[in-house]
Write a new protein. Structure first.
Lengths: 226, 328
């Protein structure tokens, strides 16, 4: 599904965020990336929706080399990938419903009834159906993150990537969010989560890849690895 | 937190995009309608700031539009005077009746001439007596000093300043004619001035159109900056450049349209205010000239050019600034 082959990334200021990283994540697999701050987790995740491009090596999704994806084709690629951030990146001037509906609008689904059905289904999955008319500022951190997840899954992506999705949440809420990801994974969505919370991801009994200073140090419990 | 059972993704997004043409067209128009209405609602939400921009655009468009309307009115007035242009032929004194008859027959055969009116020396003297107030003095004259006059009105197709002047020159060469006079030379000068003013209005209009482009471009640039985070999120979830650009283009169009409407309103207010004194002035010259309201052509011009400038300004601004915003 997702293949990193000898991927390196050097930024224009000379900082080398990734060094010769190779890994494979199978279809419908759920895996974690961990490591200290600055280990290269976010850089690696950003290469999947082409927010960043590697300086060397190659990344493929479904055997499609991302290096060959032209600029104008990037939006179509991103519509197949659900992205979740630590700060959830919700639009505060729109309601929960409108935030979740955004990927559908972007994909060209404007039929109000169909869009409404899908948005409510996504909100129902994350347990926030009753908050659809609220604005994000009135939500708790956990609720905001769940809205972010609903937005990421509403378009039924093949891949979900999450960068420190529980970074601002207490342990109980973090566990619930992880269970949510697990449920999406159980229905065939490939899930890759970056988290520095070893205790949390250790309890999930999934593959864990450890990055340190841009190198893949360890790959435990996975279907594929270095 | 109650988590519901998650359903598997039914079809990947890429496959879903392969919908039929009819459905895609429906989605396309639905998207445009959605953006059209949401951008209008957004403009309404920040009314005071947007009103200022609209005022600037309206005033910038109103200035050349007012001058254009004025020139049109004056040009039309000049044209109506031109239509009544006549060439006065002062005939030789004591022209025999036979020669006069021959001249009348010949002139009636000229295609450039629409109609002829002969004023005999006796009629001219009588009229002069009545209008000059010198009736008693004229009674002491031994003989009538006035010549016969032939008033020549050009045919409809020959009423342009150049055609009338050509006709005058041709008439002046006739042996029976002492003097061929066209009293509308000042009108030709007025035409020249109007042409000059029209060119000036065109140049001024061009400059102000450029100003409108910059005003709208700058407004859109500020809107892009203020919605930087939103643009980043939209690009992150797969929004194309066209999708991101579309609301800003509609914004520009709305600004242009409302600016055009405001300009139309301003020009009409000006015309209504000036109409009364202009009527009074015209009456002094025996004319029923009035300014009226903005004509249909200028109205359409404002309502088409306004949104067009808005779109163009927004397009230039988005083309330059949107590409620079990428998810990070």
């Amino acid at each position: 599904m997702i293949q990193f082959s000898n991927v390196s990334k050097r930024y224009s200021n000379g900082f080398e965020a990734l060094k010769d990283v190779s890994l494979h994540i199978a279809k419908a697999e759920m895996a974690f990336l961990t490591g200290h701050s600055g280990a290269g987790k976010s850089t690696l995740l950003k290469m999947i929706p082409l927010i960043e491009r590697p300086s060397a090596g190659s990344v493929t999704i479904d055997e499609r080399p991302l290096a060959q994806v032209k600029r104008r084709k990037i939006p179509a690629l991103r519509r197949d990938i659900g992205v979740i951030f630590q700060d959830s990146k919700l639009l505060n001037d729109r309601t929960v419903f409108d935030n979740v509906a955004l990927p559908l609008l972007v994909s060209g689904l404007h039929h109000p009834r169909e869009a409404g059905r899908r948005v409510r289904a996504a909100l129902d999955k994350v347990g926030l159906l009753q908050r659809e008319n609220d604005f994000p500022v009135y939500l708790s951190g956990g609720e905001r993150q769940r809205v972010g997840i609903a937005r990421a899954v509403v378009n039924r992506p093949k891949v979900l990537i999450a960068d420190e999705p529980t970074g601002n949440l207490d342990p109980a809420l973090s566990r619930e969010i992880m269970l949510l990801f697990e449920q999406f994974n159980q229905v065939g969505v490939t899930v890759l989560i970056a988290s520095h919370d070893l205790e949390l991801i250790g309890a999930m009994d999934k593959r864990i890849m450890v990055l340190s200073k841009g190198r893949l140090l360890a790959d435990q419990g996975g279907l594929g690895g270095t | 937190m109650a988590l519901k059972q998650v359903q598997p993704p039914s079809r990947p997004a890429a496959q879903r995009s392969r919908t039929g043409l009819k459905q895609r067209l429906r989605n396309y128009f639905a998207l445009h309608f959605h953006v059209l209405t949401t951008t209008l609602a957004q403009l309404g939400r920040s009314l005071s700031g947007n009103l200022m921009t609209t005022m600037v655009i309206g005033i910038a468009l109103a200035l050349p539009a007012t001058l254009h309307v004025f020139l049109n009115k004056v040009d039309n007035l000049g044209a109506s005077w031109q239509e009544s242009a006549q060439v006065s032929l002062f005939l030789k004194v004591k022209l025999p009746a036979q020669a006069l008859g021959g001249l009348t027959t010949e002139l009636n055969s000229w295609p450039e001439i629409g109609s002829l009116e002969y004023i005999s020396p006796e009629q001219a003297l009588e009229e002069f007596k009545q209008t000059s107030g010198l009736g008693d003095a004229l009674a002491f004259l031994d003989q009538n000093p006035l010549p016969g006059v032939m008033l020549v009105s050009p045919a409809l197709a020959f009423q342009t300043p150049a055609a009338v002047e050509t006709l005058r020159q041709r008439l002046s060469q006739l042996p029976e004619v002492d003097l061929a006079q066209l009293d509308l030379e000042w009108l030709q000068r007025l035409h020249g001035l109007i042409r000059l003013a029209e060119r000036a209005v065109l140049l001024l209009g061009g400059l102000l159109a450029l100003a409108v482009l910059f005003v709208i471009g700058n407004t859109i640039r500020l809107a892009i900056q203020s919605r930087h985070d939103e643009i980043e999120v939209i690009k992150l979830i797969g929004g194309s450049d066209a999708f991101v650009r579309r609301p800003f283009l509609y914004n520009g169009m709305w600004f242009g349209l409302f600016g055009g409407l405001l300009a139309w309103l301003l020009v009409n207010v000006l015309l209504v205010n000036l109409d009364q004194p202009v009527r009074q002035l015209a009456e002094l010259y025996g004319s029923d000239f009035s300014l009226g309201l903005v004509d249909t052509k200028t109205t359409l011009l404002l309502l088409v050019l306004g949104p067009l400038f808005g779109l163009l300004g927004a397009w230039l601004a988005t083309g330059r600034h949107l590409r620079a915003i990428e998810p990070s």
